[in-house]
Design a protein around this ligand. Structure first.
Ligand SMILES: [Zn+2]
Ligand SMILES: [Zn+2]
Length: 258
């Protein structure tokens, strides 16, 4: 039985259900640990599709209350899925040291490219951007603020060929994870998205075997992430499918990030 450390809440405005329903689903599924990792806010800027900074304290209190209420049945953890922007290093420290978060998951949905332009990985226009994305992930890993990298292969959602730059980007992320003993997340949410034709064939946007076959060779620690945006997704058929695929790939699956 796997645990899940990638759980959203209604605060990000694109997830559904109450916090308690996610906990009850995790208990029903037999999990012993559940980590909340809603899309993290920044104090002075709203990057969109995330909780408001003003909600952060009540989010953390709610997880504490639920952890206490269900303590005989499950252990809950307080996390955030958050992007890495180097100018916020003090903020990540504050989250961990003062706000007492149990972990940060790197969710590199957006980043700044080599020219200092703000980019979204869901809409990469060229494989140069993919390279810059991998650079962002590596700088994030090197800070030590993050416990795992969420969907490190989300770059394959783009309708781009797997050229040398994409291959380099994957190698760079995998090398960096191996060097820093970073946990990578095999993300089940990619299997909830539509399968379609890409330059390399008909497939799900992610997880992509090209990336994970390389990760398997390096024996990197891997978790399955539900990335649930509704209580029914905490442990659904996409999660078990991801689990099966990851096992077939021979990935070094671990049950807990702690
Ligand atoms: Zn989301
Ligand atoms: Zn997520």
């Amino acid at each position: 039985m796997r645990n899940n450390y990638h759980t959203h809440t209604g605060r990000c405005l694109h997830a559904y259900g109450s916090d308690e329903e996610y906990v009850m689903k995790a208990i029903e599924s037999g999990m012993s640990e559940l980590g909340f990792s809603d899309h993290g806010p920044f104090p002075d800027h709203d990057y969109g599709l995330r909780m408001q900074y003003s909600e952060l304290d009540s989010y953390l209190r709610t997880v504490d209350v639920l952890n206490n209420k269900y303590r005989d049945r499950i252990k809950l953890f307080k996390g955030l899925e958050i992007e890495y922007y180097p100018s916020y290093n003090d903020y990540y420290r504050l989250l961990l040291d003062e706000k007492k978060l149990d972990y940060l998951a790197l969710g590199a949905h957006s980043f700044y490219d080599r020219n200092g332009e703000f980019r979204n990985i869901f809409f990469a226009g060229s494989t140069d951007e993919i390279e810059d994305y991998s650079a962002n992930i590596c700088s994030a890993i090197e800070t030590g603020f993050f416990t795992f990298v969420a969907h490190p292969d989300i770059l394959f959602i783009n309708n781009l060929p797997i050229d040398q730059k994409v291959r380099n980007a994957c190698t760079r992320i995998i090398d960096c994870a191996a060097e820093h003993d970073m946990i990578l997340e095999y993300n089940a949410n990619g299997y909830r998205r539509e399968r379609r034709l890409y330059p390399d064939g008909f497939r799900y946007p992610y997880p992509h075997p090209f990336f994970w076959e390389e990760a398997a060779k390096r024996n990197i620690r891997v978790i399955i992430g539900s990335d649930c945006h509704a209580p029914d997704q905490v442990y659904d058929e996409s999660f078990t499918y991801a689990e099966r695929k990851a096992e077939e790939l021979g990935l070094n699956l671990i049950d807990s990030i702690f």
